[in-house]
Unconditional design. Structure first.
Length: 289
């Protein structure tokens, strides 16, 4: 309940932020259609075994079908910022969370979730070094077991940036203390093309309520060669302390009238159980306002 209050407060600040500063803040918005929604490089499976469950079994990716995404951002000249981002998901985090206690649940396709990210913070600069301090609240329609807060710290120099985002609560997609590290760069090219690349790495807290080596509902340790993930012990790799998650390289190009298109190539790394993720080609069509 405490997390919900914090997320609600962030949402309230987002709606009322225009009154904070005398200088006019910049509001922007966007609506995007993506060919797939892949969260932080997990393109095949969240589990400890070889990919096989597929999205219909509440497994990765978040959407293996085209998904609609949208958001708005507010940036004040002082450096403060607030934003909101959302996406369709092709399964139900609600049903996945309920399967923790009800092991008979096998249908994860009803009451599909919608991800809502509310974020805010401050962007500053010291000499040529930029920095970011922020907080993100994740709220899922039909998905209370996925709701959480995450801190964000970042630094940038020229076209390069590095960020660390640390999860503050055990949820079905991560453990408290998990940190997602990214190293990113972007470069403008002729014909209004922007080339970008992101290298993602994770450090993990091995044991949590929903992910680890112990079935926390029953208090039973998983047998050798199996690991716990949300609703049972499954054969495969053991939890790792960290690993490379993905390398994403792509470009975007404006089409005019507010529209932009882009392509990304994703090279999959490993998930938290050391399972290799597949490579994917992703396409986007966006409209900014």
């Amino acid at each position: 309940m405490h997390d919900k209050k914090i997320i609600l407060a962030i949402a309230t600040l987002l709606c009322s932020g225009a009154a904070w500063a005398d200088d006019a803040p910049a509001f922007t918005g966007h609506v995007d259609l993506v060919s797939k929604y892949i969260l932080r490089g997990v393109s095949s499976t969240y589990g400890p075994g070889l990919p096989g469950l597929g999205n219909a079994g509440a497994d990765a990716p978040e959407s293996d079908q085209p998904a609609l995404q949208w958001g708005v951002d507010w940036n004040d000249p002082s450096g403060f910022f607030l934003g909101y981002w959302a996406s369709q998901i092709n399964y139900s985090y609600k049903r996945l969370g309920e399967s923790y206690a009800d092991r008979g649940i096998a249908d994860f396709q009803n009451k599909k979730s919608i991800e809502n990210d509310f974020y805010g913070g401050f962007n500053g600069k010291v000499g040529d070094i930029g920095y970011t301090v922020g907080l993100t609240g994740y709220y899922y329609i039909n998905g209370e077991h996925a709701n959480a807060l995450e801190t964000k710290l970042g630094a940038s120099y020229g076209p390069f940036s590095v960020t660390a985002q640390t999860l503050l609560k055990d949820v079905v997609w991560g453990n408290r203390g998990d940190t997602y590290w990214t190293l990113a760069a972007s470069q403008p090219l002729p014909h209004d093309i922007t080339l970008s690349a992101t290298l993602g790495f994770y450090t993990y807290h091995k044991e949590g309520r929903y992910l680890g080596t112990v079935d926390t509902l029953t208090g039973t340790r998983c047998a050798a060669g199996t690991s716990f993930i949300v609703n049972g012990c499954f054969a495969g790799g053991a939890p790792s302390s960290g690993g490379w998650r993905h390398l994403t390289v792509g470009f975007t190009q404006p089409l005019g009238a507010g529209f932009t298109w882009g392509l990304q190539g994703l090279l999959g790394g490993d998930n938290r159980y050391g399972v290799k993720q597949g490579n994917r080609l992703l396409a986007t069509l966006g409209y900014a306002f």
